[in-house]
Structure formats: C-alpha cells, structure tokens
Design a protein around this ligand. Structure first.
Ligand SMILES: Nc1ncnc2c1ncn2[C@@H]1O[C@H](COP(=O)(O)OP(=O)(O)OP(=O)(O)O)[C@@H](O)[C@H]1O
Ligand SMILES: O=C(O)[C@@H](O)C(=O)CO
Length: 412
C-alpha cells in the first residue's frame, strides 16, 4: 500500500475512495482499523472512522490507531480526509487530529489544509471557504445541528482548534508556479499547517505535485486528485469491480434539501416509497413488516424518515435530539441487516450518520471502490460478498440519484 487515508466519516471516506480509484489506484475502504494486514495488491487504503463529532481526545486516539496500521502497511503518504464544508467546532476535531498526526509522524514538512471540492461547488479563496457562490457561513452550514460553521475564514477556524500558527498559500502564488516554494517558506517560518487556496481541479493537481514527499496532507476528497500520479507513475485502475444483480433497497435518514428533492424525484419517477415517522419507530414499528412490503419486485423500494426542518424540530422537541437520532439510526441499521439476511443485494443509503449505522449493521470490514454514481459517491462492494452499496452524503447527488445508484450498483 503506497497511500493511506484516515476519513472522519463513512460517506466522506467513500468520496475520497472514488477520487483515488479514478486516479488509477486500487483502492479499498476499511470499516474501522482492520485487525489483519491489507491484501498485497491494494495501492490506497482508507480507514473510515466516525470521528467528526465525537470528543477530540477520542478522535485523536482512533486516528492514531489508524495511522499506525497504515504505517505498518508501508504507506508513503497519509491523507487526513474531513468534510468539504470543514465540519468542526472550536474544540475540533480537525485541528487536534492534524496536530497529533504531525507529532506521530515526527515531521516538520508543510501540511496542506484544503477542503476544496470544485465538482460540488466547494472552493477556497483568500483562505475563505465557499459553497457555490456563498461563503461557508451563509451556505446553510451556519445552521448545522452539530457543527455550525459561522466563520468562512479557515485560518481563524483552525486557529481556535490548535495553538500552532496557521499559514496560507494564496491562489496568486499557486498560479505563479510558487506553490511548493510558498509551502516550504511557510513551514520554515513556523507556520507548518497551511490553508491552501484552490478553486479548480487544476489547482488541486498543482497542490498534489507540490506535496511530493510530504508525509501528511489534509483536505476534502479534492486533495486526492493530484496524489496518485505523483505516487504511482503510470497509475492505472486495476480494479476488477463488477456490479451485483438482485433485489435493491434504498434507505434514507438524511433530512438535507438535496436528499428530500431526490426522494420527491424518486416518487415522480414511479418509485415505491414508505415513510417512517419517529413516533412509530419509538412505539415499536417492526423492520420485518417493512421488508415484507419491500420484497415484491417493486420499483426500487425506498424507506425514509427524511423530513423538513419543522417536522424534525417537532420530533426533537418531543423526544430529544439524541433519542430521535438513536431510534432512527437503530431502525435503519435493523432494516439493513435484515434486508441482507433476506437476500437484498443492493443497498442505497442516504445520510452520513445513517450510512454509518447501515454499514455498522451488515458486518462489513472492507469495501472495494467501484464506478462513480455522482460526484463524491462511488458504487461500493463488500469484499468477498455479493452485496453492493451506495453511501450518499446528505448534500451530494443529482435529483435522479436513487434510480441511478440502483443501476450503477447492478453494473449498468
Ligand atoms: N424525521 C426525523 N426526525 C428527527 N431526526 C431524524 C429524522 N430523520 C432522520 N433523523 C436523524 O437525523 C440525522 C440525519 O443525519 P445524516 O448524517 O444521516 O444525514 P445528513 O445530515 O443529511 O447527511 P450528511 O451528514 O452526510 O450531510 C440522523 O441522526 C437521523 O437519524
Ligand atoms: O467532503 C464532503 O463533503 C463529503 O465527503 C463528506 O465528508 C460529507 O459528510
């Protein structure tokens, strides 16, 4: 394994996996830190953790465990993958994990910080993060329930999360061919952690080249664009991924606007749907009854709890936010595990937390990365089993995502 990555959530890890696989690397996503060595033909391994919103000390502990396993596999470079909207709080976890990785790697090389993902509208300019034409702090992310992002200046955001000085690579320097020199100068001046501007894929390719030989790079999946060709001359996808036929089931606990539009489009296209309410789940709704409903070759059955912000708030004020999340995620986990037992072979899951619960319930240890469904969302396959998965971040995917995903998982 040449390249190792540590992802702070499951859907985000598959997002990076897609970028690396498209860069020609045979890429595997591991569910947590594996308890055995990687297969010999793996070029890039991504350890998917669920550390985005847990206490910083625990996120650091798990990330270091992942680092040590990746080092044991011989990785020359480590990526720390976080969200392209830099989801974090003043306590972390991006800053503390970066610091801990730097210390463990015993490196004084520059460390790139770049969440840019231009294909989904995330760009960094003058140290500020944009989502399409809005600053991060006016993009809707300022209202995120767990990690509200109220400051678009990533240098200030990071300065709250670490005591170390933060550097900056301006776009003008990158465009003037001075990316590597600026990174080295910043590190030399004591600003080792460097927020890098990037507004296009070609900027990200320049950053990948500039990071040649640096042990640690950090960012969204975009930062993975330029690394495969640097690490692996003549990188060429050697993956033998193939689709899986058989019954498909879609599950959605994501309440994002993008997902709710996709649910409406699925219905308009004739998809079979069943909405589940938080109170019926809490009152003991049985997953097996829903799977009985889903089993008869309906056009892509979709079971969803997704709702608009008012309804979510109403459920949360009735039962509490944690209880709602626990009940809904537990329900989707049970659906996923029973669906596999009943012979469903294609599972589509919308939402980061929901997908974490789904993957955790189906005894998955390693996922092979297949073709792209939409930017940031690959088809996945459970290693050694005839089960294909799509894990969609809340904000990703085109309107026809659900039917499209079912087709790609089938190999069409
Ligand atoms: N109707 C509902 N009422 C209250 N909470 C809900 C409801 N439906 C889902 N939830 C909870 O809301 C959370 C949605 O988070 P999830 O990460 O799955 O989606 P997302 O936030 O859209 O995705 P991402 O994190 O990828 O952006 C989960 O904890 C889920 O259990
Ligand atoms: O970077 C992104 O936006 C995604 O991969 C993600 O991490 C969403 O949770």
């Amino acid at each position: 394994m040449i390249l190792g990555a540590i992802g702070d959530d499951f859907t985000g890890s598959s997002d990076l996996g897609l970028t690396l696989a498209q860069g020609g690397m045979r890429t595997v996503q591991y569910v947590g830190v594996p308890d055995k060595p990687a297969a010999a033909d793996v070029d890039a391994g991504i350890i998917a953790l669920k550390t985005r919103s847990i206490p910083a000390a625990e996120a650091v502990r798990q990330s270091l465990d992942a680092l040590h396993w990746l080092q044991d596999q011989g990785c020359k470079q480590i990526i720390f993958k976080y969200c392209s909207t830099f989801d974090s709080t003043p306590e972390g976890n991006i800053g503390p994990v970066i610091e801990a990785l730097i210390d463990a790697l015993e490196t004084d090389a520059p460390v790139i910080v770049c969440p840019a993902f231009p294909a989904t509208g995330r760009t960094v300019y003058q140290g500020h993060l944009f989502v399409q034409d809005r600053l991060l702090s006016e993009s809707g992310m300022e209202n995120h329930p767990l990690t509200p992002m109220t400051d678009p200046d990533l240098r200030r955001v990071l300065a709250l999360q670490t005591k170390r000085p933060i550097g900056h690579l301006p776009l003008a320097a990158l465009h003037a061919g001075l990316a590597r020199k600026t990174l080295l100068d910043e590190a030399e001046a004591g600003r080792q952690i460097i927020v890098c501007d990037a507004v296009s894929n070609s900027d990200l390719l320049v950053l990948g080249e500039a990071a040649r030989g640096f042990p640690l790079v950090t960012g969204g999946s975009g930062i993975g664009l330029g690394l495969p060709s640097v690490l692996q001359a003549n990188a060429k996808d050697k993956s033998s991924w193939s689709g899986v036929s058989g019954p498909a089931l879609a599950l959605s606990g994501s309440c994002s606007t993008a997902t709710r539009n996709q649910i409406a489009a699925h219905k308009a296209a004739g998809g079979a749907q069943r909405k589940v309410e938080v109170d019926e789940i809490i009152e003991g709704l049985r997953p097996e009854d829903l799977l009985d409903w889903a089993k008869d070759n309906k056009p892509l059955p979709l079971i969803y709890s997704s709702d608009d912000p008012q309804a979510v708030k109403a459920a949360q004020s009735r039962f509490g936010q944690a209880r709602c999340a626990e009940a809904v995620e537990g329900f989707f986990a049970a659906l996923a595990s029973q669906a596999i037992d009943r012979g469903f072979t294609r599972l589509i899951s919308a939402g980061g937390e929901t997908s974490g619960a789904v993957v955790g319930a189906i005894d998955a240890t390693a996922l092979a990365i297949g073709p792209m469904i939409d930017p940031g969302v690959p088809a996945l396959k459970l290693e050694g089993r005839k089960v294909a998965l799509a894990l969609k971040s809340g904000n990703f995917g085109s309107e026809d995502f659900f039917f499209k995903a079912a087709q790609v998982l089938e190999g069409r």
